[in-house]
Design a protein around this ligand. Structure first.
Ligand code: FEO
Length: 619
């Protein structure tokens, strides 16, 4: 029976979930399942974006048939030929013989490799477009995100990016379709990181190229091939991709991965973790014999400092640790500080071998401070662990460390000292404050409402005198507060916070025009509650006016969590981008591989797609 979800007015999710799969791509555990997303656009022409894995073929075909609702299928856009998205392609073209396959030249070549049929495809290239009636589809090549033939599609009409593997996530959808229907940060971000790092982590530069291209598009929604559709909080997820693809850590702290046969190496790792915590350093620990390698690859991308502690095994690295270190290196880890602990009862060699593997990665600082154990840790070696902990802690910014509770009492400040940083510890929500003077509506962003009394319900609001809204409230004595939720997009702040109401109509083109009983505008979307108030007193505090006001009307609009100042800074306000390194090099036109260096050797063969130097062009 069909299980179709509506994405927009004419776009439908016709994919399916698989919760029985043990190992995605034969290597990544998916304890919470995985979704294979396929989307049907019903314009004057009907367009299907990719198919699904053969495991969910039947559900997909039923969904597609139901969503088409008697119409024929006109186009099948193949963005990615990996079989988890193309397995049903041959059957689909037989079921819908009138459907034209739309793909790029590389995809067409792959199709011939995977299937025994010739497809009369419509071949598209960079920035080609296809009009389907109301919609214009714009194709953007994204080689090596995750395979060389990958392309993404931008629907210029509804501003939707069909992003192929990019912005995907492990985990079945469980009835939801949109990321804002779940607590994504809490429940899914770890799986999104594990998906990104293991699937495309190696190709950070190619992902950054796609992010650069996407930054030139006005994107309102992202539809990936796995996981949730994004229609809110896009910067939150895009910022993560910027960090991950730039090999920048998300957390300043130390990840310790250890392999221990009889617990002695584990003991050294535990002591190191304790010493680090004593110094206020955040730590995470993983036993590589228990934790899957894909989790440790993901955690290696997350943390700034990495410790690998391994026993020696067959004169080499312990088998599970060898796989992990090789996997981390193969995913192109960069910009990390690494420390190594080794153990070996008669010939400890694992440390040197781990060092060799990681030294091949870019921008890896391997600490000189090592710990070498023969069987069990001895008292004199505690100073080696202390030295390693000191060296790791020294490389971490002070702000990333917590006060070392067990050993240090809080420093008493001088009785008359005022540290402005203490003010940032006060918790604030964010609100749109609106007012009306004659025909003029206006609003600004504030963080100062406080309830003063419950009977009557009385509030205070401090407003900067420089805000046009402040003068309007002084004149009219009335205002509204719209309490923003975490879903509020950055454009709300651009509209109400980055321009002056003296020069602009902040409500122009906003698409909503609701008013409360006092006749003032309020914000109906991405808002949890609206409060109207009448001023009873105005107090001049130099830069600000403090308004005391009685609440005259209030109502709740949603149960979404309120937006705090901290959340805004962490997740909504775009982060300053690190200056892009201008590298000399050559890029493979076939697969996107980048050769770094001014001169490309004439006999160079691309290590990914095996094409020769003639298929490269300067960066
Ligand atoms: Fe989900 Fe690269 O395929």
């Amino acid at each position: 029976m069909r299980c179709v979800k509506q994405v927009t007015g004419d776009l439908f999710w016709v994919g399916a979930n698989d919760r029985r799969l043990a190992m995605f791509e034969g290597v990544y555990s998916v304890p919470d399942g995985v979704s294979y997303n396929s989307y049907l656009l019903k314009d004057e022409k009907t367009v299907l974006f990719d198919t699904v894995d053969k495991a969910v073929r039947q559900r997909f075909l039923e969904n597609l048939d139901a969503a088409l609702d008697g119409r024929t299928l006109d186009y099948i856009v193949v963005q990615h030929m990996e079989p988890d998205h193309s397995a049903v392609l041959k059957e689909l073209t037989a079921l819908y013989p009138g459907a034209k396959v739309v793909c790029n030249a590389k995809t067409a070549a792959f199709m011939k490799q995977f299937f025994d049929f010739d497809i009369d495809a419509l071949t598209v290239g960079e920035n080609d477009t296809l009009n389907t009636g109301k919609h214009t589809l714009h194709f953007v090549m994204a080689p090596m995100v995750h395979w060389p033939e990958v392309m993404v599609t931008y629907d210029e009409t509804d501003k939707i990016l069909f992003s192929a593997d990019a912005f995907g996530c492990f985990g079945a959808l469980n009835g939801a379709l949109f990321a804002d229907e779940v607590d994504f940060s809490k429940d899914y971000m770890d799986e999104a990181r594990r998906y990104y790092t293991n699937i495309v982590g190696k190709y950070g530069q190619q992902v950054q190229t796609l992010l650069d291209k996407a930054s030139g598009l006005d994107i309102a929604m992202i539809c990936p091939l796995h996981g949730f559709v994004w229609r809110k909080n896009l910067p939150e997820f895009i910022n993560k991709y910027t960090l991950w693809s730039g090999y920048q850590p998300e957390e300043h702290g130390v990840m310790i991965a250890y392999a221990s046969v009889y617990g002695n190496t584990e003991n050294a790792a535990e002591i190191l973790a304790c010493r680090l915590r004593d110094k206020g350093v955040k730590t995470a620990m993983f036993d590589v014999s228990v934790t899957p390698a894909s989790d440790i690859v993901s955690e290696s991308f997350r943390w700034s400092h990495l410790v690998f502690a391994s026993t020696t095994f067959n004169a080499g690295i312990f088998v599970a640790m060898e796989a992990v270190v090789s996997d981390v290196a193969a995913h192109n880890i960069q910009n990390r500080t690494v420390a190594i602990i080794e153990n070996g009862s008669w010939a400890p060699t694992s440390g040197g071998l781990i060092r060799e593997k990681l030294a091949a990665c870019k921008k890896i600082n391997i600490l000189e401070q090592t710990v070498s154990i023969k069987s069990g840790l001895k008292a004199p070696q505690l100073s080696d662990i202390e030295a390693m902990a000191d060296a790791l802690a020294a490389g971490l910014p002070a702000a990333s460390k917590t006060p070392a509770a067990a050993t240090a009492a809080p420093t008493a400040a001088a009785p008359d000292a005022i540290d402005p940083a203490a003010m940032f510890k006060l918790s604030y929500g964010l609100y749109i404050l609106t007012a009306k003077d004659g025909d003029k509506d206006n609003g600004c962003v504030i963080n100062t409402p406080v309830q003063i009394t419950a009977s009557p319900i009385r509030i205070s609001v401090a407003v900067n005198k420089a805000n046009h809204t402040c003068g309007m409230i002084l004149k009219t004595g009335e205002f509204n507060l719209s309490a923003l939720t975490r879903s509020a997009p950055f454009r709300v702040f651009e509209r109400f916070g980055f321009q002056s109401g003296k020069d602009a109509d902040k409500f122009e083109g906003c698409g909503y025009d609701g008013r409360t009983a006092n006749g003032l505008r309020y914000i109906p979307v991405d808002v949890s509650a609206v409060i109207s108030a009448k001023v009873t007193e105005s107090l001049d505090y130099g830069t600000h006016i403090l308004f005391i006001a009685d609440v005259t009307q209030s109502f709740v609009l949603s149960s979404e969590p309120c937006l705090t100042y901290q959340y805004y800074f962490d997740n909504i306000k775009p982060k300053p981008q690190p200056p892009k390194e201008r590298k000399e090099g050559h890029v493979c036109k076939i697969c996107g591989y980048v050769y770094e260096g001014a001169e490309l050797p004439k006999d160079f063969i691309c290590p990914l797609c095996k094409h020769g130097a003639a298929d490269f062009e300067p960066l």
